[in-house]
Design a protein around this ligand. Sequence first.
Ligand code: ZN
Length: 235
Amino acid sequence: MEESRSALVLFSGGQDSTTCLAWALERFQHIETVAFDYRQRHRIELDQRLVVREELRRRFPHWASRLGEDHLVDLAVLGQISETSLTRDVAFAMEQNGLPNTFVPGRNLLFFTFAAAIAWRRSIRHLVGGMCETDYSGYPDCRDNTVKALQVALNLGMDKSFVLHTPLMWLDKAETWAMAHQLGGQALVETIREHTHTCYRSERETRHAWGYGCGECPACSLRKRGYEAWTKGAA
Ligand code: ZN
C-alpha cells in the first residue's frame, strides 16, 4: 500500500471517532483503526467499536474495500497509574484545578504515540484523532497546540513525516453531527445513533433520540445537547 494514502484512525467506537473514521474513509485509500484498553470503566466501547466497523462495511460498500486491519493495544498500565473517575469507581466531579476528574493525564499523548509506533511499522503516514477544543471538557491534551507540538515531537523522535489530523478540532457537537450527515447521510447518522458508545457509565439500556446512554454523565450531556442543537437547526 502507498504510505501517503494510508491512515490510522484512533477509533474508540464513540460518536467523534466514528465521524473521524468516516472522514478518513472518504479521503484515504487504506484505513486502519486502533483502540486502547486502559481498563476504562466504559469498556463496553471496545465491543461497540467492532459493531460500528461491521455496520460501516455493510452500509457503505465503497468504504468497505478501504477499511483494513484493526489494532487493540493493551494499556492497562495507564489505568494503574491514573486516579480518575474514568478508571476508578468514583463519582464524576470537577476538581479544584478546573478540570473534570474524568481527565486521564497524558492519555491522548500516549494514544498518538502508540498509534505512531504502529503507523511506523505499518508504513502509514496519516494519523487521525477526534480531539476537539471547541465544545470539550477542557482537557489540555485535546488542544490544537498540544497536537501540533506532538506531531513535531513524533516526527523528530521517529524520523518520519507523520501528519496528525484532527478534523473535529474547531467543530462543536452539533457541527459534528452535521459533518457525519454530510459524509454518510442519514445512514451514517443512524449508525452513530444506534451503535456508537459515548456514555461514561456504560449504560446501553435506554435509547434516546441521540443514542444509548445514561443521559446525565458529562459525555452523554455533550452528545445530547449537540444532537438537539443539530436537529433544531436542521428542521
Ligand atoms: Zn452517560
